[in-house]
Design a protein around this ligand. Structure first.
Ligand SMILES: *Cc1c(COP(=O)(O)O)cnc(C)c1O
Length: 400
């Protein structure tokens, strides 16, 4: 027998992890409520919450108990069988969102992929063979090829072509541009995909009637209204889902992030004409909707409900925005404070990247997105004193 040829070693590579993230040089060993703790025992208030993921904060007792019990009972069986916890979660999601059906997957990008496939399949049923989905400038929908194409970022897309076709981009918060694109591509457009508030794109809050007008336009042209609530969903907006503030229902709803409180899970919901489109074989996921993932998400929904965390998100979010606006009024570095629930942005005139390490030195984990926007997405469990700490720290940093 001959020995296997050793792999060629690339001498320029020095770490076993691919370098696809720009990481801060700090690691945490545990979490307690809204705080992360490092190896030296130093505590940091976590206003990033795992990128809007840890809705219940860290080490939530009800969440721990549910996941512990489930991991010792049944973790995974596959979608070859009935999964009662999946049915229970789908029912819960549909009831909270006012939708009819759910497909369960493992991430935000996957929930968008399912949304895109669902919209295309629906269009196919009406005889559309080259479907178009209208997407927006500043959008973030994830990193898989379909979601990446819907995403608007030269940096994220460069070098990954050819990207799939079938997307047309219009400015965000511009219903007339959507109407124009719908007419221009008449007979091919299947849906309009937007975030109710753009998260990664800089916490961009559209006009209050944006979704209502998109809903009316979609009805008029027989298009699907597809909402990406991966970040805004599951209570963060101060409602179960942000669209509920508009009193409308989308045809397709994608969500993930806060749904599992850190356990990977995503969901794509459908209602009305988009419901009943997927039939056996049309779509799937090996891990999607495992008993463990569904139990985790059910525990999250139970806690959101019992602890009135969605009401808390609305109240603390309003307090944060109002107080930050007051205290930052006249600060020459600040352009605008805006937000919805506990998705809050402070737009600066210049890059805010230097604030991240400076905030950390003061015990605050802070995020800056779209270069100039401080994004606050703390756990939905944040209390008034914690909100005051966040406000005081940011005001001090921006006064220096
Ligand atoms: C984070 C995010 C995604 C992608 O989610 P992943 O779980 O990272 O794939 C999609 N859409 C929005 C609005 C997001 O914020």
């Amino acid at each position: 027998m001959t020995a296997a040829t050793p792999p060629l070693v690339n001498a320029s590579v020095s770490t076993p992890l691919m370098s696809n993230y720009g990481r801060q040089q700090i690691a945490f060993v545990r979490g307690e409520g809204c705080y992360l703790v490092d190896a030296e025992g130093r505590r940091y208030f976590d206003s990033l919450a795992g990128v809007a993921v840890n809705a219940l904060g860290h080490s939530h007792p009800g969440f721990i108990a549910a996941v512990r019990e489930q991991v010792g009972t049944l973790v995974h069986t596959s979608n070859h069988f009935e999964v009662p916890l999946q049915t229970a979660l789908a029912a819960e999601l549909c009831q909270r969102a006012g939708m009819q059906q759910a497909f369960l997957c493992n991430s935000g990008a996957e929930s968008i992929e399912a949304a895109i496939k669902l919209a295309r399949k629906w269009g196919y049923g009406k005889g559309i063979s080259e479907p178009v989905i209208i997407v927006t400038e500043g959008a973030f929908h994830g990193r898989t090829l379909g979601a990446l194409t819907a995403t608007h970022s030269a940096t994220y897309q460069e070098g990954f072509g050819p990207l799939p076709g079938g997307f047309v981009r219009v400015p965000y918060n511009d219903v007339d541009a959507v109407a124009k694109a719908a007419s221009h591509h008449a007979g091919r457009v299947v849906g309009v995909l937007v975030e109710p508030v753009q998260g990664e794109g800089g916490v961009n809050v559209p006009a209050a009637d944006y979704l209502n007008r998109l809903r009316a336009l979609c009805d008029q042209h027989d298009l699907l209204l597809m909402l990406d609530e991966v970040q805004t969903g599951n209570g963060r907006s101060g409602r179960w889902f942000a669209f509920q503030l508009n009193g409308i229902t989308p045809d397709i709803l994608a969500t993930a992030k806060g749904l599992g409180n850190g356990f990977p899970i995503g969901a794509t919901l459908a209602a009305g004409k988009a419901a009943g489109v997927f039939q056996p074989g049309h779509h799937g996921s090996t891990f999607g909707g495992s008993p463990l993932a569904c139990r985790a998400a059910l525990a999250v929904y139970e806690a959101l409900d019992k602890e009135d965390l969605i009401g808390n998100a609305e109240r603390q979010g309003r307090y944060l925005v109002d107080t930050l606006r007051q205290r930052l009024a006249g600060n020459s570095k600040v352009k605008e404070v805006r937000g919805l629930g506990l998705l809050i942005g402070i737009e600066l005139h210049k890059s805010g990247k230097d604030l991240v390490p400076r905030a950390r030195e003061r015990g605050l984990i802070l995020n800056v997105t779209a270069d100039k926007v401080i994004r606050l997405v703390p756990p939905l469990t944040i209390c008034r004193e914690e909100a005051d700490f966040v406000i005081d720290t940011i005001v001090q940093l921006l006064q220096e």
